[in-house]
Design a protein around this ligand. Structure first.
Ligand SMILES: [Zn+2]
Length: 189
């Protein structure tokens, strides 16, 4: 993999910490694919302490699920982590990562093609410990749509008529009804 071509900001991490992280990943880590065929880094531990250290160094999220802690890195943080430790990994580990080679050279986007950049999305996790990336541009547009008077009227009409909100919307505003932006957040496994 041509790591020098990966366009990403690298965190400032000492050689000792990089060695620690590489060794830890070698023993305990994995790459997992997300549903947009990009990848994430995952390390699962019973004890959260070493994961907190990794989070301090490289970012990412730690989730507790079924008694285990999951540290996961997505997007640019994932790219930066791999770029920094790649050369210290075994051939087997490198091969696993190289399957996602395209991800490392791409700019990731939400389903509506807004690029995921620093500050353009937030990570939300659901009750089952799954993580979603929520595009803030789409979330803002969605919120705006929800707050229109037409929408409030449709909700009231739906309550009275027994229609669903979508049906009420179509019934009341047949011309206006148009779903311009996908409501789907991206789910990452
Ligand atoms: Zn978006």
């Amino acid at each position: 993999m041509e790591l020098e071509k990966v366009n990403v900001k690298l965190p400032d991490v000492s050689d000792i910490d990089l060695g620690y992280a590489a060794g830890f990943y070698e023993g305990e880590g994995s790459v997992c694919s997300t549903n947009d065929s990009s990848c994430c880094v995952n390390i699962t531990q019973k004890d959260s302490e070493p994961l907190v250290k990794l989070q301090e160094l490289f970012g990412g999220n730690i989730n507790l699920y079924n008694g285990y802690h999951y540290w996961r890195l997505y997007g640019d943080e994932c790219k930066a982590f791999i770029v920094l430790i790649f050369n210290q990994l075994s051939a087997r580990r490198r091969k696993q990562i190289e399957k996602y080679e395209n991800f490392f050279y791409s700019i990731e986007c939400c389903p509506n093609k807004h690029p995921y950049e620093d500050g353009s999305f937030r990570i939300v996790d659901d009750s089952r410990g799954r993580i979603h990336r929520q595009c803030l541009i789409c979330a803002k547009a969605k919120n705006k749509r929800k707050n229109t008077p037409a929408n409030r009227i449709a909700i009231e009409y739906a309550n009275v008529s027994g229609m669903s909100k979508e049906e009420a919307m179509k019934y009341l505003y047949p011309k206006k009804f148009e779903e311009d932006i996908s409501d789907e957040d991206e789910t990452i496994q």
